[in-house]
Design a protein around this ligand. Structure first.
Ligand code: ADP
Length: 514
């Protein structure tokens, strides 16, 4: 509140309790219009604030009726008369509304009219204090307009009992009711019969009252009876003293999202079913391949054995061509043996329990190197520190590394001996073991399929093999909780890598009885 220093009046020697000081104070207040009315509403005094707010000078207004400040609309409803009557009967009247300045412009006023009586209780007039709240009003109406125009959210307010007190266009759009249709109605009208019976609307208001707000999703009913999936937030509205005076409710129609999610879930379920079916048929096929391979071994051994016996015992009675045919049979038996062995190995790796334990990586690499032997005619460089431990199955890991090594030395360029490097490095909390060769490389379009059984890119004469080695690598590594991949450039070489979780060696158990 700014004043034209009443202190100077006090300084000038007037007593603090004198009515004169009080009058001076009121006179100089600028933020409030403070003036007196006689019992019929005629203006009897005028302060600086009243002059500033309403633009009348004291001599222009004193003696005039206070209804001069009211809009024609309020006058038509005899608002001034009503206000004085109420203040006369109850002692006080408070209101907010538009009032007029001298130039006819409006301001939003907060008005308090207080009854003034003499010692005998006779009404001698009214005190009137008016504040200009136009700025706040604009702020509020801007906010109200904003809320009212929001289309995507249904926003409405309720009294403490859940009866609707305001309604925006979003709410109308989502629920189908106009503001008139819902005014004063209970918000449970938007709930389904089941939810109403289950006491959900009461629960919502109770939770909002106790916890400040309630958030949830559920089915709600439109005016036309159709349902929509709503996401709602109900907030308790409290005044400065913390007294609850109502609730606000924001509703969003999530039906589209819900339908989308359901569709997605349906697809996911379907996919899961397909995967299950496929896994089952894969498992059946693998079991079949395993038993066929197993059963092939005996006749294969017989064919090989008899072919060799024929070559050794009856060589003299065979001509050159006959011996060549026998050589071919023996070679084919050898290839088929390899195939059967690899198939059995693939089946075994798929079925046995590959329980992972801490395995020393360097030991596994050296196991694989021993299996590989020295016949490859190339150079092998190993850069694997001796103290790296990974979670793996010892034997399966050695087999995986062996498969990668044997490919790396096999697919070398013609006339160049193999050069292979085995390296281990920490990678994203795992250990990545890579086998790099300077061989023929793999074109990018084949890099996916070579991990599948029987997928080979090269002529068997040039690069013998069964096409099962990488399938074993992938299956074993996946089952051990790791991953594998490759980088390659045609004509430059390839790097095949596997990744496994890094771990610590198992600490030896100390026998505490010693
Ligand atoms: P195999 O080696 O018995 O043919 P794999 O399953 O081990 O079967 O490999 C599948 C195919 O992937 C090979 O036939 C070959 O075409 C390709 N391949 C694998 N490793 C390499 C490599 N280091 N360099 C080039 N090609 C490779």
């Amino acid at each position: 509140m700014s004043t034209k220093s009443p202190i100077s009046a006090i300084d000038s020697g007037v007593g603090l309790h004198s009515p004169e000081v009080f009058r001076l104070l009121v006179d100089t207040v600028e933020d409030y219009a403070i003036f007196l009315l006689d019992p019929d509403g005629t203006v009897r005094s005028w302060n600086a604030g009243a002059e500033r707010l309403k633009q009348y000078k004291a001599d222009e207004i004193i003696g005039k009726h206070f209804s001069i400040f009211y809009t024609p609309h309020d006058l038509a409803m005899d608002k001034p008369g009503h206000e004085l009557r109420t203040a006369g009967e109850t002692g006080r009247f408070e209101d907010e509304g538009w009032r007029l300045r001298k130039d006819g412009s409006r301001f939003w006023a907060n008005v308090v009219i207080t009854r003034v009586r003499d010692e005998n209780g006779n009404l001698i007039g009214f005190g009137k204090i008016t504040r200009d709240l136009t700025d706040r009003r604009h702020e509020e109406s801007r906010f109200r307009l904003l809320v009212e125009s929001v289309l995507d959210y249904g926003i409405f307010s309720m009294d403490t009992g859940g009866h609707i007190t305001s309604w925006n266009v979003g709410a109308q759009r989502i629920k189908g009711y106009t503001a008139e249709e819902v005014a004063g109605k209970h918000f449970s009208m938007f709930y389904t019969e089941e939810d109403r019976r289950g006491g959900l609307p009461e629960h919502v208001l109770r939770t909002a009252t106790e916890q400040g707000h309630f958030e949830g999703e559920g089915w709600r009913v439109r005016k036309d009876g159709t349902r929509f999936w709503a996401s709602i937030v109900v907030t308790a509205l409290r005044d400065e003293d913390g007294v609850l005076y109502g609730f606000s409710k924001v509703t969003r129609d999530m039906s589209d999202r819900k339908a989308l999610l359901e569709e997605l879930k349906r697809h996911a379920d379907e996919l899961e079913l397909r995967v299950q079916e496929r896994e089952q048929s894969n498992a059946e096929l693998e079991a079949f391949a395993y038993s066929v391979s197993h059963d092939l071994r005996a006749p294969l051994r017989a064919i090989g054995g008899f072919a060799e016996a024929l070559l050794e015992d009856c060589a003299a009675t065979l001509d050159q061509q006959g011996r060549e045919y026998l050589d071919e049979i023996i070679k084919a038996v050898g290839r088929m043996n390899l195939l059967v062995q690899d198939l059995l190995e693939y089946g075994r790796i798929s079925r046995i329990n590959l329980q992972s334990v801490p395995v020393n990586l360097s030991d596994a690499v050296h196991d694989a190197l021993r299996q590989l032997g020295n016949d490859h005619g190339g150079t092998l460089e190993v850069q694997v520190a001796p103290d790296i431990w990974v979670m793996a199955h010892q034997q399966a890991l050695a087999q995986v590394i062996f498969n990668l090594l044997s490919n790396a030395v096999k697919f070398h360029k013609k006339d160049l001996s193999p050069e292979v490097t085995v390296r281990a490095e920490a990678y994203n909390g795992s250990i990545r073991l890579s086998v790099t060769d300077k061989g023929i490389g793999i074109a990018s379009q084949h890099r996916e399929r070579i991990w599948q059984v029987f997928e080979r890119l090269h002529d068997r004469e040039m690069f013998p093999g069964t096409g099962i080695g990488l399938a074993i690598v992938k299956r074993a590594i996946t089952r051990m909780g790791g991953s594998c991949g490759l980088e390659s450039q045609v004509g430059q070489g390839s790097t095949f890598w596997i990744e496994l979780p890094l771990t610590e060696p198992e600490t030896e158990k100390i026998d505490t009885n010693d």
